[in-house]
Write a protein that binds this ligand. Structure first.
Ligand code: MCN
Ligand code: MOS
Length: 769
């Protein structure tokens, strides 16, 4: 193992300090390049873009869950001061139905607002008031009179009248699960549920749409500018090339900003109709229904095992809610057949349409609820068999992917178990619940594991050498707070031999080279590979120029004897024979100073490339191997015996994400996921009013997410090693890995502390006293 792998990230920071490695290439724990502009407020987020003469749009949302608008009067609103237009179904601006992601498009939801009077969920976007100021638009929106003719709504997935639909494509049938279950000596069957959860990035969903001369530019926080471009083009019925998306900074997305939602459709058509730029910002409450969030899930999970702890069969029947118009599946079986050596597995997942906004992605969609069920069930089985929960996992070690019958590309999960347990002190655990305490605090130790698959898509990049001799790296991909800016500078620095801090990176714009989504934890792998290729082409180009340009001091020296070093090209033997990049830039024809590269097959046409980055179905996974990231979580909770309050006291995680492009940022991602897992375990729950399908706690005072005081010391241990079977650059997913399994580890710890098994998230105190 390398130094970095041997040490906790804190040590890795020192090992890679600037003094040791001024280039700070891949693997260096470099601080975020975009950090300063973000904390000083210099970075402009989408809605902070100030166009000339802007208008402000405020969205109107329905207040019933089902039915139709029987009467609407916009007269008063239209007469209010500053109001320019009120768009509703009464004077409908045409919005075309976009193609759903599943059908090769980019729409999370195919709902098109203001086309008719039909209401399918509470908080549905049904109008846009446009005024000269935000305040005027907000006031005018309150003057719109709406009456509804309501019809009975389906509020919960378990309501009578809900018609489940199978998603059989995703079902797993391995061996003979029913027969193996019958023969199993020990059987357990329980239901595990997760509620509606919301992404809640700091930056709410807000855009600026500017129609001009038959084209539209939209400043939109985006995890996927190519997708936003397609969806907006479809809504407007214009060419994809006539849409530009600009999204250099994103204040978090967590899966909620892969594509624009209907407020962006409203902003776009209104800007075209009025021929002026429009800003539309959802209020925090509006973000709860203006877009999805994680669908509520429910899974019945049956495990059968032998007395000595071999899991012989798993049967899972699960469902998740979706809207009446779109088929979004939060598939609970994503990790079910993957974690352990089980030959007989049967899973079936259903979607259940109800009157809700179409749910969407939220950090590790599928893997997250799947791991919650399976990893709590494993803990229950450990207690049924009286085997230590970690030991039970080792007894069921999967030496290959049983689901795909493929070898792992790498799986350092045993190392994760071992190092995590060691750092946590797991061997000191007393198995019996309620047997560890300090004063009136019950102490609970729980563990669980997690995983996330490697996804891949080709990408393009461009590198420019400026007249000043500096490099600019361009790529269409996003940095949603993850560190893309930083790791791309590091990637280029390695090849170009310059300090990564001197490289400028430009991201998040459809005018920049083609790149897919910052989703499925794949962007880092996709774009580092593209920039690595491009930087190598730039290097070759610079060596060639140095050796061939008439006025180059190195003219005539074969490129094979030249190297990039010290901000220029040098002779490998004689470092005094050199030409600086700035000098080369002044000597070379300017078109030779821009180099394009990437990972698309050379012979792939432009239109095929476009298609690949504009849909989410062309991604690939490694073929000969099953490639995943892995994690082991160890958690200590303290439960106040009298009050039932639960605090997470310690968290230790050991994780395998392959090669880390930047250990500091990878740790930051991991702990970010773990913190989100604490929220999921103990706080987060969209509470839906059974009378009208309204989200009651639609703000950050009532929809709780962890704050500083909720979060204990977190230790992360990197056990990964470069995995070049998984990805070109050897890294595996980081962004979503951290959350998977955390809620299970906390639930298991709460059981250990209290003897109460909580299978329904979040674990609030009413469930344990
Ligand atoms: N990284 C690394 N070594 C690797 C892989 C990644 O050091 N082998 C680090 C890099 O700093 C990289 C980051 O981890 O920029 C994330 O890389 P990756 O796992 O490829 O994930 P993506 O770049 O595709 O980002 C999306 C991912 C997802 S899908 C969600 S959801 C999520 C997440 O990232 N949303 C986030 N992390 C988030 N972090 C922030 N701050 N905000 C969000 O909205
Ligand atoms: Mo992440 S939920 O794949 O954007």
């Amino acid at each position: 193992m390398s130094d970095v792998n041997d040490h906790a990230p804190q040590d890795a920071v020192k090992a890679n300090s600037a003094a040791d490695n001024p280039i700070e290439g891949l693997g260096a724990a470099r601080t975020r390049g975009d950090g300063k502009v973000k904390v000083t407020g210099e970075a402009r987020y989408a809605v902070e873009h100030q166009p000339e003469n802007p208008l402000y749009g405020v969205v109107i949302q329905s207040t019933v869950a089902s039915g139709r608008i029987s009467r609407m009067s916009t007269d008063k609103a239209q007469q209010a001061s500053g109001v320019v237009a009120v768009y509703t179904h009464l004077n409908s601006l045409k919005i075309n139905k976009p193609t759903a992601i599943a059908d090769g498009g980019a729409a999370q939801s195919t709902y098109t607002p203001i086309q008719d009077d039909v209401i399918i969920h509470n908080g549905q976007n049904i109008g846009l008031v446009v005024a000269e100021t935000f305040e005027q638009a907000t006031y005018a929106a309150s003057l719109v009179e709406i009456e509804y003719e309501t019809s009975p709504a389906l509020i919960f997935a378990t309501d009578e009248g809900v018609e489940p639909k199978p998603v059989s494509k995703q079902d797993i049938n391995m061996g003979d699960a029913q027969a193996a279950m019958q023969q199993a000596e020990v059987r357990l069957s329980q239901r595990y549920t997760t509620p509606r959860e919301y992404n809640m990035p700091m930056e709410p969903h807000a855009c600026v749409a500017q129609w001009q001369d038959g084209r539209i530019t939209v400043w939109e926080p985006s995890q996927w500018v190519a997708g936003a471009q397609v969806e907006i083009a479809e809504w407007l019925g214009i060419e994809v090339e006539d849409v530009r998306i600009i999204s250099p900074y994103v204040g978090g997305g967590f899966g909620s900003k892969p594509v624009p939602y209907t407020h962006v459709a409203l902003a776009s058509v209104a800007s075209r109709a009025l021929n002026r730029p429009i800003k539309v910002s959802l209020t925090r409450p509006q973000t709860f229904t203006g877009l999805g969030g994680r669908a509520a899930t429910s899974q019945q999970l049956e495990l059968g095992a032998s007395r000595d702890g071999k899991i012989q069969a798993i049967i899972q029947r699960s469902f998740s809610e979706t809207s009446l118009i779109d088929e979004f599946a939060e598939n609970c079986s994503k990790v079910t057949a993957r974690m352990y050596a089980v030959e007989n597995v049967s899973t079936q997942h259903q979607i259940r349409p109800i009157n809700t906004v179409t749910p969407g992605w939220m950090r590790a969609p599928g893997e997250n609820p799947s791991a919650f069920g399976l990893e709590v069930a494993m803990d229950e089985m450990a207690y049924a068999l009286n085997i230590d929960p970690l030991e039970l996992r080792l007894r069921n070690w999967a030496d290959k992917d049983y689901q795909l019958d493929l070898p792992w590309s790498s799986r350092r999960l045993k190392e994760a178990y071992q190092k995590g347990a060691e750092a946590f002190g797991w061997d000191q655990r007393i198995m019996t619940p309620r047997s560890m305490r300090e004063g009136r605090e019950l102490i609970g130790w729980g563990m669980a594991s997690g995983t996330y698959p490697v996804n891949k898509l080709p990408a393009e990049a461009k590198i420019i050498l400026t007249p000043q001799g500096k490099f600019v790296v361009q790529c269409g991909g996003a940095d949603i707070g993850t560190g893309t800016y930083t790791i791309l500078a590091q990637t280029a620095a390695d090849i170009l031999g310059v300090a990564s801090g001197t490289i400028e990176v430009q991201l998040g714009d459809t005018e920049l080279p083609r790149t897919g989504v910052a989703g499925g934890s794949q962007l880092a792998g996709n774009v580092t590979a593209a920039v690595d290729d491009t930087a190598k082409r730039m290097r070759d180009q610079l060596l060639k120029l140095a050796s061939e340009l008439a006025q180059s001091p190195l003219k005539g020296t074969p490129a094979s004897q030249l190297t990039l070093k010290g901000d220029g090209v040098q002779h490998t033997q004689h470092s005094n024979l050199a030409v600086s990049f700035a000098q080369l830039a002044s000597l070379a024809p300017s078109e030779s100073l821009t180099v394009k590269g990437g990972t698309f097959p050379d012979d792939m046409s432009e239109s095929e490339r476009d298609k690949m980055v504009r849909n989410l179905n062309d991604g690939t996974r490694p073929e000969k191997f099953s490639a995943h990231s892995w994690s082991a979580h160890f958690v200590e909770v303290r439960v106040d015996e009298d009050f039932g309050t639960i605090r997470v006291k310690r968290m230790v995680a050991a994780l395998d994400s392959g090669r880390l492009y930047n250990p500091k940022l990878a740790r930051s991602q991991w702990i970010g996921g773990m913190i989100m897992g604490v929220g999921q375990a103990l706080m987060e729950e969209g509470i839906i009013d059974p009378r009208n399908g309204r989200v009651i706690n639609n703000n950050l005072a009532d929809y709780l997410v962890p704050v500083n005081g909720d979060i204990p010391d977190i230790t992360t241990i990197n056990v990964g090693e470069p995995d070049f079977e998984a990805t070109t650059m050897g890294g595996k997913p980081v962004g979503e890995l951290g959350i998977v399994g955390v809620a299970a580890a906390i639930s298991n710890a709460v059981f250990h502390a209290t003897g109460k098994r909580v299978r329904d998230l979040p674990i609030t105190l009413d469930k344990i006293i």
